[in-house]
Design a protein around this ligand. Structure first.
Ligand SMILES: NC(=O)c1ccc[n+]([C@@H]2O[C@H](COP(=O)([O-])OP(=O)(O)OC[C@H]3O[C@@H](n4cnc5c(N)ncnc54)[C@H](O)[C@@H]3O)[C@@H](O)[C@H]2O)c1
Length: 307
């Protein structure tokens, strides 16, 4: 019988389905113990992970039976895809399946930030009545800049258009014909960061995108935008972000992803109640609905693969 290792949380119903078909070892906290995974992986034909289990060369070299990696989500920065290819291991991502979840988070946080909700909320909770201390703005007519126009970028674009925002995007790898279908304008990276009121990042972490939003990018932001990063932490330089906020180059930020996760004190220690910001523990893609859909998708792919 085929042996499956699941090293991060998965919808329980789908774990049950897998157990009917395979020998399954399910330990949602195993990702924390890389040594154990390295020792055990030689026993398994398949592994199901999220973004925390490290499947790099040192682990994969022990994976003598491994044929299938199921990734409950998108983003492959925790998996050495090239080494998997060399070893003929199929890597299955769940592309686009949590795009509704992430895009709702992006629109929700952009509204929250341009309306200064965090600041109003923090002061009102303390008994103050700061009606005129901060100015709220509307999404309508604002320039909504998307860096990356894949599955999530497209969903955000549709939602932003529904609010009457004007969408621009930088993505050199997509067909420019999409402009008409999605009612947006493709522009350069510099145009997005210079002209946007809201900047949202939807690119994978790669050598090209690492540290993409650094002090030199912040310097080009002319409209005091709010910045939203749901992609990967290392795309935004956290030190430069704090300095841009303190110097009023940006007027707020929402981060769901961090250079180090869990976020370390070196970063969160710099944030206080006077910051117009939202920070969340990498949950923008995780809803009850997306957890079910993603788990079901990977379950079906895995069953088909071994049948
Ligand atoms: N926080 C979360 O819970 C969560 C959930 C899902 C996805 N993500 C992250 O969001 C990212 C985007 O997801 P997606 O589903 O839209 O991916 P996708 O692969 O559908 O789209 C990525 C887009 O980025 C573009 N791109 C690549 N390199 C670029 C560059 N240097 N400059 C501009 N554009 C570039 C690609 O052409 C593509 O259109 C993922 O890579 C993942 O890291 C996070």
């Amino acid at each position: 019988m085929i042996n499956i290792l699941i090293s991060e949380f998965m919808n329980e119903e789908n774990v049950k389905t897998l157990k009917k078909n395979f020998n399954v070892r399910y330990d949602k906290d195993l990702f924390q113990n890389e040594k154990k995974i390295k020792e055990e992986i030689s026993n398994f034909e398949a592994i199901i992970v999220r973004n925390k289990t490290q499947l790099q060369k040192n682990v994969l070299d022990n994976a003598i039976k491994l044929k299938f990696v199921g990734r409950l989500g998108v983003g492959l920065d925790n998996i050495d895809k090239e080494h998997c290819e060399k070893k003929n291991i199929h890597v299955q991502i769940a592309s686009g399946i949590n795009a509704d979840s992430v895009s709702e988070y992006v629109i929700g946080s952009s509204l929250h930030l341009i309306k200064n909700i965090a600041l109003f909320n923090n002061e009102t909770k303390k008994g103050m009545w700061p009606r005129s201390s901060f100015r709220s703005r509307e999404l309508k007519e604002k320039i909504f800049g998307l860096i990356g126009f894949g599955a999530i970028g497209k969903k955000v674009c549709k939602l932003a258009n529904n609010f009457g925002a004007k969408v621009i995007s930088y993505d050199p790898y997509v067909d420019k014909k999409l402009e008409k279908e999605f009612n947006l304008k493709f522009v350069t990276f510099e145009d997005v960061i210079t002209n946007s009121d809201i900047i949202s990042i939807h690119v994978p972490l790669s050598n090209e995108t690492k540290n993409l939003i650094n002090s030199s990018a912040f310097k080009k932001m002319l409209k005091k935008p709010v910045l939203i990063n749901t992609s990967r932490g290392s795309i935004v330089n956290e030190e430069d972000l704090i300095s841009a906020y303190k110097n009023k180059i940006i007027s707020g930020f929402a981060l769901d992803v961090f250079e180090n996760e869990p976020v370390d004190e070196k970063f969160y220690g710099k944030i206080d109640d006077t910051f117009n910001c939202i920070i969340t523990p990498h949950i923008s893609g995780v809803t009850e609905e997306s957890n079910k859909k993603i788990s079901e998708f990977i379950t079906n792919k895995l069953i088909n693969f071994f049948n």
